[in-house]
Ligand binder design. Sequence first.
Ligand code: C2E
Ligand code: MG
Ligand code: MG
Ligand code: MG
Length: 285
Amino acid sequence: LAKEGGHNYFQFYVASVDQEIRERKQLEKDLSIALHSQQFHLVYQPQINLETHRIIGAEALIRWEHPEKGLVPPDDFIPVAEMNGSIVEIGQWVLDQACWQAARWASDGMPLRIAINLSAVQLRQNNIVDEILDTLKRHNIPAGRLELEVTETSFMTNLEDAVKKLKRLHKAGISIAVDDFGTGYSSLTYLKRMPVQHLKIDKQFIRDLLVNEEDTRIANTIIDLGKSLNLTVVAEGVETAEQEYYLAQRGCKLAQGYYFSKPLKPHDFEVFVAGFHSKIVENNV
Ligand code: C2E
Ligand code: MG
Ligand code: MG
Ligand code: MG
C-alpha cells in the first residue's frame, strides 16, 4: 500500500512539475508582449513624514493587467523578468513613466519625489547610470526628485561596481534607499561604503509591531542604526494608528502603508493628496 502511495505521489509530482514548467513558459511568453501591449501601469503610494504629517513623495509600483488572468502581482512576475532579463526593458519603462508622471505633477504644483524600485539586474547594466540621468534630463526632472530603492542583494554580486554606480547617481543628486532592510544579507560594511540615505524597514517587521516582541526589537534596532549612521528610516507596511504612533515617537521619520493609503492610480493619488490634511513640501528630507 505504501509503495502504491509512493507511486501515486511520484506521478502527481511529475505532473505538477510539468505543469509548473508550462505555466512558467506561458508567463514568460505573456510577459514578452505585455510591455508593447500597454498591459503595465504604475500605481503610487504616498510616503508621509511622521514629524510634519506631510506627504513628501510616493513610491511607484508596477501593475500588470493580464488580458485573461487579471492583475498579476509583481512578486509573481518580477523574479521571472529578472531571470530572463526582460526586467531591463520593463525597468526602463517604469523609470520613464514615473519621470513623466513626476514632471506632470510638478507642473500641476505637486513637486513630489518619486521612488522607484531598481532591480539588481538593472544595476548590473553597464549603461544604467547614463540611462537614468538621460531619462531625468529628457523629462526635465531635477535629480533630487528621484529616489532609487535597491535591495541588499544588489550589492552582493559586485560590490565595487555597485558602489561606483550608486556614487555617480548620488553625486548627480539622486537619493538611494535600501529596500526591505533586515531581510537580506545585511552587512554594516556596505552600509558604510554605499552612498545610501534611506533605510526602509521591511513590512514583515512592522506587521506585528507591538504584538511580537522580537519584531519590535528589530524595528527599534533599525531605527537606532539609522540614527547613528545618519540615515533616514522609512517604515513600510504601516497599517494601524498604533504602529504609526509608536514609530513616530520612537523617531522613525517616514512611513508608508495602508494606514495612510494603498498604492493608487495617478488620478486617485491626486484626489488623496487634495484631501490630505497637510500640504506637500518640496524635498524636505
Ligand atoms: P517593495 O518595493 O518592498 O514594495 C512594498 C510592497 O508592499 C508593495 O507590494 C506594496 O503594495 C505593499 N504594501 C504597501 N503598504 C502595505 C501595507 O500597509 N500592508 C501590506 N501588507 N502591504 C503593503 P507590491 O506592489 O505587490 O510589490 C511587491 C514588490 O514587487 C515590491 O516590494 C518590489 O520589490 C517589487 N516591485 C514592484 N514594482 C516594481 C518595479 O517597478 N520594479 C521592480 N524592479 N520591482 C518592483
Ligand atoms: Mg520598494
Ligand atoms: Mg520594501
Ligand atoms: Mg518587498
